[in-house]
Design a protein around this ligand. Structure first.
Ligand code: GLY
Ligand code: MN
Ligand code: MN
Length: 451
């Protein structure tokens, strides 16, 4: 079995075939629904201030279908009665701008590299869109994500409405193209799984490095620096989301990203951090003692969350419902909180009253892929999505005990979350993030021997 780095390197050699195959699948879906023109714009560069931009991140849908790395680009897929084609609109070559901002493919070179049928200057996009919409009855576009681009689409439609007397017609149907793509994105292909395994491996290494580096007196940001160094040094482009490095009471703030405080002897450190690799996210949380040894109450809460995670993982298999893992984890957490006398009553009663939400207020899973909270339905009406092989979801139960008069002091400010990424397989699931230690024995051994 090749390791994730070997699989990743092999994948990169014929990387672009998979984008073409996805375009062909979407075109087939469009054709089966009567055809039309799909418009998928890339993200725009965002100004931070004056001449500085935020790091550019492609739109996930555009990337999924094209792999084209430049801003100011739009993909048009045309499913006609007799012909299907993919057209890319991109920036022109510009030797002077390329001196300042770097290489541009330009319309002449793009088809050879990205396998589209033709590429044009982005300056021709608006005119070409009007022409294509006039010839097809449906527009496939997802409204409401980019007001400027929505206005551009409206202008094209209104241009056709204004030409009604000359016999031209605006499309009469609009399909949400994201809905079709969300269903595709929910089942990962082999090339996506290879990327996600590599992103997970790099992220797990970063967690091991953070465990080795932690010590009382250091600051949260110093541990964040260890994570970021491991991500970048291993070839990932960016964190998949803002890293949470939360010591002591900060672990009870679910979206704590200040990462500014000193680490204290006797407290836990919760780290929720992972990298993005070629567009694909990992998502890992580990919680461990800053001094390398769990106290009794910390171990009690930790093992409770670990047991809850094991119950959720055991519920992930094809045919199970998306929510089965959450229900399994919740039952274990509620039983444990009652046993620790932090909650009173029966398991069913506590679940019914939602009294557990004081300590466990988030859900156990979300989809993972190009986006850390990835595309795709979890529920339709009353029915939870059925798991299928190729789906990837997180498993992340937690327990957060804030200081309060009715809570024994030994439990104050214990915040624990344990998060792994599960690929649904033909008969269960495969944890992509297993290389980050999580039993108390493994964590304490790494912190003792690995420093
Ligand atoms: N890191 C984001 C999440 O766990 O959902
Ligand atoms: Mn998550
Ligand atoms: Mn997370």
């Amino acid at each position: 079995m090749p390791n994730s780095a070997q699989a990743y390197n092999r994948l990169m050699s014929d990387h672009y075939q998979c984008f073409k195959a996805r375009r062909e699948r979407l075109l087939a879906i469009m054709a089966a629904a009567g055809g039309g023109v799909a418009v998928i714009p890339n993200a725009q560069e965002k100004l931070r201030n004056r001449d500085s931009h935020f790091p550019f991140r492609a739109d996930s849908y555009f990337h999924y279908l094209s792999g084209f790395p430049e801003p100011e680009a739009v993909l048009l897929l045309v499913a006609g009665e007799t012909k299907k084609e993919s057209l890319l609109f991109c920036r022109d070559k510009d030797p002077e701008k390329e001196v300042w901002d770097g290489f541009r493919y330009g319309p002449a070179a793009a088809p050879g590299h990205f396998g589209v049928d033709a590429a044009h200057s982005i300056k021709e996009f608006d005119e070409k869109l009007v022409e294509l919409l006039a010839a097809h009855p449906s527009l496939w576009y997802s409204l409401g994500h980019d007001a400027e681009f929505d206005a551009r689409i409206s202008r094209a439609i209104n241009a056709l409405r204004a030409q009604a007397r000359s016999g031209r017609r605006a499309p009469t149907t609009v399909h949400d193209v994201h809905a079709a793509l969300d269903a595709m994105r929910q089942i990962k292909g082999v090339e996506e799984i290879a990327l996600m395994r590599r992103a997970a491996d790099i992220s797990a290494s970063a967690h091991r490095r953070a465990m080795r580096a932690s010590a009382p007196g250091k600051f949260e940001y110093q541990i964040e620096a260890e994570l970021l160094c491991e991500f970048r040094a291993s070839g990932s482009q960016a964190p998949a989301y803002n890293s949470i490095v939360a010591g002591g009471a900060n672990a009870c703030v679910l979206h704590y990203v200040g990462n500014s405080q000193p680490l204290k002897d006797g407290e836990l450190l919760l780290i929720d951090a992972a990298c993005e690799l070629d567009g694909y996210a990992a998502d890992i949380t580990r919680t461990f003692p800053i001094n390398g040894r769990f106290s009794g109450p910390q171990a009690d809460v930790y093992d409770l969350v670990l047991d809850a995670q094991a119950a959720a993982i055991a519920a992930i298999r094809p045919g199970a419902a998306f929510n089965d893992g959450h229900e399994a984890a919740l039952a274990v957490i509620v039983r444990g909180l009652i046993d620790l006398k932090l909650l009173a009553g029966s398991v069913d009663g506590v679940i019914e009253s939602e009294a557990y939400k004081r300590f466990y207020m988030h859900r156990t899973s979300h989809w993972l892929g190009l986006d850390v909270h990835d595309a795709g339905e979890v529920k339709r009406g009353e029915h939870w999505k059925t798991l299928e092989a190729g789906m990837v979801l997180t498993v992340e139960p937690g327990c957060y005990i804030r200081a309060a008069d009715d809570i024994p002091a030994a439990f104050h400010n214990i915040g624990v979350r344990i998060e792994d990424d599960a690929l649904v397989t033909s008969d269960g699931c495969d944890l992509l993030t297993d290389a980050a230690p999580k039993t108390i024995a493994d964590i304490e051994a790494l912190m003792r021997d690995g420093r």
